[in-house]
Design a protein around this ligand. Structure first.
Ligand SMILES: CC(C)(COP(=O)(O)OP(=O)(O)OC[C@H]1O[C@@H](n2cnc3c(N)ncnc32)[C@H](O)[C@@H]1OP(=O)(O)O)[C@@H](O)C(=O)NCCC(=O)NCCS
Length: 195
């Protein structure tokens, strides 16, 4: 695959031979299937094509991809949305994140998530939310390092019966007070500092 990129890459990572681009800056649909197959590899129940279209067609500018600098093959992707939540906050949501197995541990997911947070912040987001499995050490470590708090434990949240943590990054002062904060519950604090 050597898909043409109509706009310049946002970031060039020469050490790892990667470029970072927005989905919406790439030719439409070229990366839909590669994104779908990369994300689906690590899911117990793959999302339908409509789920991908829902996110990518509305918030393609909040989807960031790490591509091989020469071949433009997909190495990693983050898929997000940004909309008003019933609590009144302008809420960013990280829906999907995946990096090809042989390219993990090089900071690719960190760069992707940082790009998406920066973009949501520029658009006025109050907070960024996501869910991840309680056993997903790499993901928990990554988000914890970026300043996310564990706000809820969601028992048997996933279809496979696994439990999730809801994580939140508060981008503006006072936003976190609009919703109950489980991370102020001592039980959750124990889990937060338990690693
Ligand atoms: C989670 C995932 C996206 C991370 O991608 P990545 O590019 O390797 O991430 P980074 O290199 O930026 O950072 C990963 C962090 O986790 C750590 N890590 C990786 N594997 C780990 C493991 N098995 N145990 C503990 N920590 C681990 C890394 O050391 C790094 O932390 P550090 O920088 O503090 O040392 C990747 O593992 C993946 O695609 N997993 C499958 C899909 C998934 O779980 N997505 C997240 C759903 S919310």
């Amino acid at each position: 695959m050597t898909a043409e990129l109509p706009s310049a890459p946002l970031i060039t990572d020469e050490r790892n031979g990667l470029i970072y681009v927005q989905y919406s800056s790439a030719k439409e649909d070229v990366y839909l299937d590669p994104i779908r197959s990369l994300i689906s590899k690590d899911l117990s129940e793959p999302y339908s094509i409509y789920v991908f279209r829902y996110f990518l067609f509305q918030w393609g500018d909040l989807c960031f991809m790490a591509l091989d600098a020469k071949t433009h093959d997909l190495r990693g992707v983050v898929v997000c949305k940004l909309e008003y939540h019933r609590s009144g906050t302008y809420r960013g949501y990280i829906a999907m994140l995946a990096v090809e197995e042989e390219f993990r541990g090089k900071g690719i997911a960190t760069s992707l998530v940082q790009s998406s947070i920066l973009s949501m912040k520029e658009k006025g987001a109050d907070e960024v939310i996501l869910e991840t499995e309680v056993t997903n050490t790499a993901s928990l470590r990554l988000y914890q390092r970026l300043g996310f708090l564990r706000t809820k434990r969601l028992h048997r949240y996933y279809l496979n019966g696994n439990t999730a943590f809801r994580l939140a990054l508060y981008l503006k002062e006072g936003v976190s007070l609009k919703e109950p904060r489980d991370d102020l519950n001592p039980h959750m604090m124990d889990q937060y500092y338990d690693e």
